[in-house]
Write a protein of this length. Sequence first.
Length: 633
Amino acid sequence: MGHQVPGGMMDPEAFLPDGRSNLQHTIEVILAVLEGRLLVTDQSIPRKLSNYARYKMAEFTRPEFYPIHQTVDLNCYQPIGEWMGRLILPKLEERQQVRGVWFEVHYAPAAYQDLIGKVVKLRWADDPWVKKFVTVVTKDVHFSADAEYTSKYGGLVHPHRVNHWQRVGPLESLAGSRPEDDLIVMLTGDVIVHGPDPILQIYYQPVQITGRYYGVVQFVEALGSEQFRIRHFNQASRQFDGLEEIVCLPQIVADENGCFPSTTHNLDTVALNEQGWYIYGAQNSGGQFVVQSLAPRALLTLQPQEVIFGAKPGYNYIRNQSWADIVAQKGKISSVLLHPQETGIQAAIDQWQVGDLALVVHTYGGIGGNKKEPAAATPIFFGHFAYGLAEVIREPLTNELRFDTRYYQVYTHNTDGLVAGVLHWSRYLGDRQFGWVGVRPTCDLLIKLDIFTGNYDLNGQQVSPLDAMVRQLEVMTSRYRIGDGTGGTYVGPANNCSQDSNRALFASIQLSRRYVQNNPEVAQALFNGGENQEQRLAQLFDLGKALESKLEAFGGPRSDWEDNEYNLGSTLEDQPLRNLLAGLGSWRTMFPRLSSDTIVKTFLKYGARVWVLRTNQIGGIDPNIEPIAPTRL
């Protein structure tokens, strides 16, 4: 763990790459050992292999398995994004020149096809907010003793390649989060291309994805252990009678508990196969499409299995029915629409149109059964909480409306190599090797409430509290990747996925309120934007107060939430009383399912429309696992 105490003579005036002298470094190491903060490397201590290292042994998980230049039938497949590629961390001596990271272009818009296969510089755009964001999250990185130890012996994946780097920015922390340059992303929002030596500039964090293309298919039959015959969706007939093809679904690697993240067993006979699947992947060197990720079409299309009218009946469904009889629901999905007033079913569905955005409140449960995870050994399973963003799009292969979802994962350092940041459905849930949908029960609450998810007109510019929240989440996820410079982020009462995600929600509303109050000209411009804009703004601020009163047990806002005092790199042992009291000060947000229920109940009272999407270990059938619902308390 950490650095070995030097045993030979060194030049005390020599300097390390991070700017410290050898003498300074030696003194730091000796002091750390004497204080018990750093353990000298001991070969007798067993090193735990991470799940990430296990999974990377499979060739199909590696970027080089998929040639960059590919040709697919665009009648059967569509690209996941306009810009896609691999992030590459610059070498130490390249940092000043690159001022960001390298980006290996795998797919680009038609006007930039010549860039495919090239490695270009990727930087942040020259924008006031972007500059502020980068400044806030840029930190010197020096691993704490905890990060050193858990990285080397604990089987956790830490950003060790940027350890002892100064001024690590959010692109570098993203590219350097894993031991290898294997993070595949798409660029969203405006992408600026300029210069003879092409430079790409972006406004938003790159989104982690799995695959490059997706199709809409039905599995016809298994042809051996990894080969499947499929039929593509035919838009003309609205049936799966399109082109037949043989695709590859590689054998998945089991985790440290012997549990497989997904299975293809009976994939062609399960009920979900009737309405088909979105398959995500790319072609291998032989030109065969490799299915890296799966999503059930029935889950993501805007065709609910049930519509419930009224806020109270809607909340009763979420609280008492959405997770009910979970073992019996294994292998199934549910799609339920909650609508505030009694209307016709189609009228309620039609309230969701192309371009609509929804706040996603995500939770997942545990893995039980014969291959249960260690965390499921006790009666209480807390689960996981995250926010996300869902957009209603018209999917070109089916010409139907569907949700396109990405998750802003405030995720601590872990054995699976899941990197805190923005993750597309194809990566976070659907990925057959690294995703969760095959082994965990999940629940996404898609909340659409005009005062929060809609736009406000500010002198012709459209602004949204939801976008402000996304910005706050980008800050939090960037800080989590490097533990505010300590190299590791750990779960505790005051810092966890639920607490720190909800800080972003509070901050987005609080900052909006303060901005309007402190800038009379902005307030006037907003009030001039329409007859009901002032009323909507007042309701938004009331919503913020209602959320505060529900999520903060002692009636007042936590000072660290208001003052932006985050201590991500610390553990409970550092300041046990302060951290415990801080956690108790907003105790509902410590429990993912309780936090989720409380938030959606508040939004429902203000007239929100909510789409409840549930999955229960879907895909093929694995008899060795059972779903466990997160504890509500």
